[in-house]
Design a protein around this ligand. Structure first.
Ligand code: NAP
Length: 279
């Protein structure tokens, strides 16, 4: 009997996981490119994470995405960690290598940048300081990406100031920390303005920081993509700023994993956006 090739399996591990848009996204790409493979959401509790990662490769999994609350813990389990995942302190994409080792990468920063490049092609990161609200996990990936493309200064304000101070300690002197109450001041002269907090997300608190000092020439982007056009983006748009929503980041951060697991670089376009929005 001939050995049929195994159908590649991938998926996303989180706890909870029902809200994840990744299965709709990868499912769309699998159908679009006619690839025989499956992408499965898996609810794995923290105490079961290590055992799940030992078992999945034996079942035919070639890799997985990792989401909350496992993004940091995974670095203690993975065998090979990319420089950017180590710098960020979290991973979102795992490859199960043929030699049995687990390779961990973080594609959030690359996804953030690819979204801006695609939707604001004239944006020049070196044009002036960036101003960033928030200092959580996503903020770390965004900072690493901004430094890599040559942003001259990054101003950060976070409700819990020590978290922003910790980022400065890790990423260095390009970062300036502002008190949350003084956050409006960091907008003066900022060429790039980013919300990395969960404020404005449906079901969460509103984003209430005054944006009067926003320059109309600034590029403004929000990591929140539910709703797609947040109040933060609407206000920036009304001041004449170029705005980019956060959905593109979600789509672009998924592309490298899909390519590694299923052997085809997927396109991120309007049809991909619609597939996720209507799922
Ligand atoms: P996280 O680590 O939990 O950080 C949450 C951030 O929001 C912290 O800076 C936190 O401040 C701030 N925050 C929460 N409630 C607040 C409030 N009431 N007032 C002021 N600040 C508040 O989460 P994360 O992983 O960084 O994610 C942040 C957001 O980005 C989420 O909405 C997530 O869905 C989104 N995201 C989007 C993408 C994408 O692909 N578009 C990727 C990653 C994340 P404290 O430190 O003071 O708590």
């Amino acid at each position: 009997m001939t050995d049929l090739p195994r159908i590649p399996l991938a998926g996303v591990i989180g706890h909870p996981i029902a809200h994840s848009r990744s299965p709709a996204l990868h499912g769309f790409w699998l159908r679009r490119y006619g690839i025989k493979g499956h992408y499965i959401p898996m609810d794995v509790a923290p105490q079961d994470l290590r055992q799940a990662l030992e078992t999945l490769p034996k079942l035919g999994f070639v890799g997985v995405n990792v989401t909350i609350p496992h993004k940091e813990a995974i670095l203690r389990i993975a065998d090979v960690i990319t420089d950017r995942a180590a710098l960020i302190g979290a991973a979102n994409t795992l490859i199960f290598r043929k030699d049995g080792r687990i390779h961990a990468d973080n594609t959030d920063g690359a996804g953030f940048m690819a979204n801006l490049r695609q939707n604001a092609p004239h944006w020049n990161p070196a044009a002036g300081p960036a101003a960033m609200f928030g200092a959580g996990g996503a903020a770390r990936a965004v900072i690493a990406a901004l430094i890599e493309v040559g942003v001259p200064e990054i101003r950060i304000a976070n409700r819990t100031r020590p978290r922003a101070e910790a980022l400065r300690a890790d990423f260095g002197a390009k970062l300036t920390v502002y008190d949350w109450v003084h956050a409006p001041n960091m907008l003066e002269g900022a060429a790039t303005v980013i919300n990395t907090t969960s404020l404005g997300m449906s079901g969460k608190h509103d984003f209430r920081v005054p944006l009067d000092a926003l320059e109309p020439s600034a590029l403004v982007t929000d990591l929140v993509y539910n709703p797609l056009k947040t109040q933060f983006l609407l206000e920036a748009e009304s001041k004449g700023c170029t705005i980019v929503d956060g959905l593109g980041m979600l789509l672009h951060q998924a592309a490298p994993g899909f390519e590694r697991w299923f052997g085809h670089r997927p396109e991120v376009d309007e049809a991909t956006r619609n597939a996720v929005l209507t799922a």
